[in-house]
Ligand binder design. Sequence first.
Ligand SMILES: [Cu+2]
Length: 198
Amino acid sequence: MKFMMAVLGLSAMAMGSVSPAGGTIEGTVTAKGLASNADAVVFIQQMPGKGAPPAKPADIDQHSMHFVPHVLPVVAGTTVRFLNSDPTQHNVFSPDYEKYNLGTWPQGQTKDHTFAACAKPPCAYVQLCRVHPEMEGYVVVLQNAFFAVTGSDGRFRIDNIPPGSYTLGVWHPKRKAQPKQVVVDPAKPATADFVLAQ
Ligand SMILES: [Cu+2]
């Protein structure tokens, strides 16, 4: 029996069903002059053949008068499902790119929008509410799924990246930084640190 399993394992490797190990990029984003380093999207700008959106929608909740998460990166073509968890009715809209107004809907229900109109990623769509001017969130449409969002400590980590040389971009609601060139090697994590300025 042991022999059989060993043979099966070998043939699976020979057929290429065991994918090669990818590499990691990790680092920090420092948002100068802001209280928190959160909400920076770090992303690989172009990844050949990696542009397919996920089959399942990505979720944004409207919860206690906030968009949760505040910043949602997605691959171009992704459908975002907007849930209303509040007893009050919101009215989600965005004035960016193709522009949309999803109207209002009751607590516990959802509305979808598919982000298929971003010709040149990244495309940042501000999410606003006609009823509550203080509400604000962002959907950031990217070319591929190799992205991460920083928490308040500013740390990020992107895993399982095919080896290669890439341009690593960063997007933030209020700050900017130049992209960085990064070489991904499965043998050791690459690091990149960004300082965001106005
Ligand atoms: Cu609202």
